[in-house]
Design a binder for this molecule. Structure first.
Ligand SMILES: [Zn+2]
Length: 418
């Protein structure tokens, strides 16, 4: 074996693309996976990790890192989104709990909690230089907000600027027209057009609350009242009557699109997404969903319909932390009807598919990037190894990105891909 090769042995190896392997071994060479099996090649250094589950690196398909300084979610559990948004704007205006330092804190927290790739909704002052020091694979979706006419041009200029000076070490750049109620139709159309011209993905919050569905259908209701109070309403912002499908049709013109939340999509809208599952995904954020007390998330039915659903944490203003392992365990408790193997796929291969990285990572298969996460599992045997992972409480141990072991503190000297 070449000197750079090494092997990792774990109590359980979860390739995700195939069955878990008890006492499995993953061999890494040149930053990529060379082999997955039960033995290391002759002469290859072997590191026995002990009682851990070795997974593909976890992929957070949606977060807001600029909100990572929140110690706990805003508002009491069950708060309506229309009541939460004004409180968030108040906090953002103060900048005490958001901003560039929060992004740095969030990146470190993601790394410490076993995330190896993430998609962030980037606020305007996102500290892009930080990517030079961060090994995480970051997809940066520029957040775009223009509920009124005068904000259209500045927002579109920001979208164009986003591509002009791509940061080093950034996995990919995308556009994030925030939501139907914050983006005028003129900007939305221009952004979809720009995404097609730039071969860039798009992500949008859609069908998150019942009040949003009411706004789309009638042009009125609590959402409109909230927007008017904030001075964030303009005639024609939502040319009702509409359904999320009207936005899905437009999003489907982008090279790739992620629908954030999709809590209140209809069966017909699931069918539309299922038909385009290779380039249109839905990001379910289990604990953020629970914070707002939405109707039960129809995860099992969406998966049965063929929708490519993946997991995100959302930001710390609506979730307790940025741990995908915690999201997985929460989802396992909430959705006993969904097979544990399928749940694990939501935070790995399905997320990679949604973000356009499935050929490179998301599962442990030869030639893919050696992005791995080790999570402690109990030493006692279990009939299904997934139970040890999803129904245990073992912490994340180590994380590897491109074969490089990351520091447990989440702080790194440099990006190993530079
Ligand atoms: Zn969000």
């Amino acid at each position: 074996m070449p000197l750079s090769a090494f092997s990792l042995r774990a109590r359980y190896v979860f390739p995700v693309s195939s069955e878990p392997i008890e006492h499995g071994v993953v061999t890494i060479e040149g930053g990529r996976i060379a082999a997955v099996g039960t033995a290391a090649p002759a002469g290859c250094p072997l590191d026995d990790l002990g009682d851990v589950a070795l997974l593909p690196g976890l992929i957070n398909a949606h977060t807001h890192l600029d909100l990572s300084n929140f110690d706990h979610p805003l508002g009491e559990p069950g708060i309506r989104l229309v009541d939460w948004i004004p409180r968030l704007l108040e906090h953002r205006a103060k900048r005490s709990e958001s901003g560039p330092d929060a992004v740095v804190r969030g990146l470190r927290e993601c790394l410490r909690s076993g995330t190896t790739a993430l998609a962030d909704f980037a606020a305007p002052n996102w500290p892009r230089d930080e990517l030079d020091r961060c090994p995480l694979r970051v997809a940066l979706f520029q957040e775009l907000i223009a509920p009124t006419f005068e904000r259209i041009s500045p927002a579109f200029e920001m979208a164009e600027r986003h591509f002009r000076t791509p940061p080093a070490c950034c996995w990919q750049l995308g556009l994030g027209p925030h939501a139907p109620y914050t983006v005028r139709p003129e900007l939305f159309d221009a952004v979809i057009d720009l995404s097609a011209r730039s071969a860039a993905p798009v992500a949008m919050h859609l069908a998150e609350s019942a009040e949003e569905i009411e706004l789309l259908a009638t042009g009125g209701g609590p959402f409109r009242e909230m927007l008017e109070t904030l001075g964030a309403w303009s005639p024609g912002l939502v040319p009702a009557p509409l359904r999320p499908i009207d936005y899905l049709h437009k999003l489907s013109a982008a090279p790739r699109a992620a629908v954030i939340h999709g809590n209140y999509l209809s069966g017909a809208e699931w069918a539309f997404l299922a038909k385009r599952r290779e380039r249109m995904g839905v990001v379910y954020c289990p604990r953020s969903h629970a914070h707002f007390g939405h109707a039960a998330y129809p995860l099992g039915r969406m998966l049965a319909a063929g929708v490519n659903v993946c997991l995100g944490t959302d930001g710390r203003a609506s979730a307790p932390d940025l741990s995908l392992v915690a999201e997985l365990r929460f989802a396992a408790a909430r959705h006993p009807d969904v097979a544990p193997a399928t749940l694990l796929e939501l935070a790995t291969l399905a997320a990679a598919r949604a973000l356009g990285g499935a050929a490179e990572f998301g599962s442990l298969e030869p030639d893919k990037h050696a992005d791995l996460t080790a999570v402690a599992v109990p030493p006692t045997p279990t009939a299904d190894p997934h139970d040890a992972l999803l129904h245990g409480d073992g912490p994340v141990g180590s994380t590897w990105i491109g074969g490089h072991r990351c520091l447990p503190s989440g702080e790194q000297a440099s990006c190993p891909r530079r």
